[in-house]
Each structure stands twice: as C-alpha cells, then as structure tokens.
Design a protein around this ligand. Structure first.
Ligand SMILES: [Zn+2]
Length: 261
C-alpha cells in the first residue's frame, strides 16, 4: 500500500507541481511532525489564547521570516486549513499561529472545487500536514446569499459568482429538506454547518489521495465552526468525518484515479 501511495505522490509531483515542488519534498520531514491529535490540541490551545485575549503571536518575528526563506515549510507547518475569505476570519490570528505554521486555502464559503482540492493534496503530500481542517464560520455571507436565493430573494450576480454558488446550492437544499420546520434566517446556521460536511464529502469523493492518507492513519480531517460573536472555534467530532468517509468508500461514484492522465 505504501509503495502505491509513493508512486501516486511522485506522479502528482511530476504532473502538477514540477516547478513548485522538488522531488525531495516527498521525503518525510527531518523532524517528525506532531500527530493529528497533537496538532488539533495545538490549534485548540492557539484559539483559546485568542478568544481569551492571551495571544502570544508565535513565529511572527524577523528570525522566523528568515527561517522561512531558508528552510522547507514541510519541516514546520502542521495543519492544512480551508477557510472562508471573509475578513472577519483571519485564520492565523484566530489560531494564534505565525509564519510557516499553517497551510491555508481561503475561498468564499470555504468551498472545495478542483483548485482547492489540488491545494489540499499539495498540503498533505508536500507540506506533510497531519491535520486537514474545514473551517466554516457563523454569519457566512456566501451561504446566506445562496439561502436567500433559494428562498426566492434573487438578486443579479456578478459574472463569475454563479460558479462559486453552484458548489453551495446542494448543501443548502439538503438543509431545507432536513429542516422543513425552519424558515427565513433561522435556517442559515444549519446551512453553514451542512456546507462543512458537504465540503468534507466532496474532498473525499474527489481525492483518492486524501482518502488514502486518512485510511493510512497519517492524516485526520476535522470540521470546525468559528463563532464571530465569541472568537471561539467549535471543533466537530472525528466520528462524523469517519461516517462520511465510510459513505464515500461505499459509493461507486467516487473518483478512483489518484493522478491526472
Ligand atoms: Zn464566509
């Protein structure tokens, strides 16, 4: 199994990232990374320092900046995080993390399509992060806009926004089905959470590489929700991720090819 994965990783390297990643990046870091559970603890502690007003702003000085110029990030960065672009969710700040600590994908609605999933695969394969976080947030404007559109409050969208919206419609529709009793703004928090689970399912469906890392115990995937009102992140249980992975593994529609043809 191990050699199959290495082969996949090498092919990914040559096909996708030949200019940005060296073959040496595929080797494990010289200093072993913390485990997935230990990384989760690091993130929880960082967020706690933030929301209690005790941030220490680690790894933000000139020495760290220079270290980032001379060392490979795979020796240091410990988590890959997908978050919304919302200016109210500055990822490093809310986790009290610094330079070369976290590998971040930011996109409206924290959705995952081709480029985002490719970036995640890069984070796991080359930056060797043992934890992948899909981080949603309360009051997400992207999810709110799609919910309003599906409630009939249509508005004209700028040229490229519909592509973004397409990824958010399925989880919002599912939320309507699951909560027929809710209407108006009440349903939005549920849609925001459903979107997190939908993103995790999409990543598993589309990425055999991510599935492989998780099945091998090298990576854990966690859903989380940042609360704008308190600064606190709610970390969802790994059990739910495991359920989604099992569902995807049983699906005949999952992507089977780990590398581009
Ligand atoms: Zn948002």
């Amino acid at each position: 199994m191990e050699h199959v994965f290495i082969l996949i990783a090498i092919l990914l390297a040559s096909l996708f990232f030949s200019k940005s990643a060296e073959a040496g990046d595929l080797l494990p870091p010289k200093t072993p990374k913390p485990s997935s559970d230990e990384v989760l603890k690091i993130l929880k502690n960082g967020n706690k320092r933030f929301y209690t007003g005790k941030s220490i702003y680690p790894n933000t000085d000139t020495a760290r900046m220079l270290l980032a110029n001379s060392e490979n990030q795979k020796e240091h960065a410990y988590a890959t995080i997908v978050s919304c672009s919302d200016s109210r969710v500055p990822v490093e700040l809310i986790l009290d993390a610094g330079i070369m600590d976290i590998f971040v994908v930011r996109i409206a609605g924290n959705i995952c399509h081709n480029n985002e999933i490719g970036t995640i695969e890069y984070g796991l394969t080359y930056v060797h992060t043992p934890l992948l976080v899909i981080l949603g947030h309360t009051q997400c404007g992207a999810i709110t806009a799609v919910t309003h559109a599906l409630q009939g409050k249509e508005q004209k969208l700028a040229k490229n926004i519909p592509h973004l919206v397409d990824n958010i419609i399925p989880p919002v529709k599912k939320t309507f089905e699951r909560h027929p009793d809710l209407s108006g703004e009440e349903i939005i928090p549920y849609a925001i959470e459903e979107n997190i689970w939908h993103v995790i399912e999409t990543v598993f469906m589309r990425s055999p590489v991510v599935r492989h890392f998780v099945a091998d115990g090298k990576v854990k995937v966690v859903g989380a929700m940042y609360d704008l009102a308190t600064g606190k992140i709610e970390w969802f249980p790994f059990d739910k991720t495991d359920e989604i992975l099992a569902k995807v593994e049983a699906s005949p529609d999952k992507e089977a090819e780990a590398f581009a043809s």
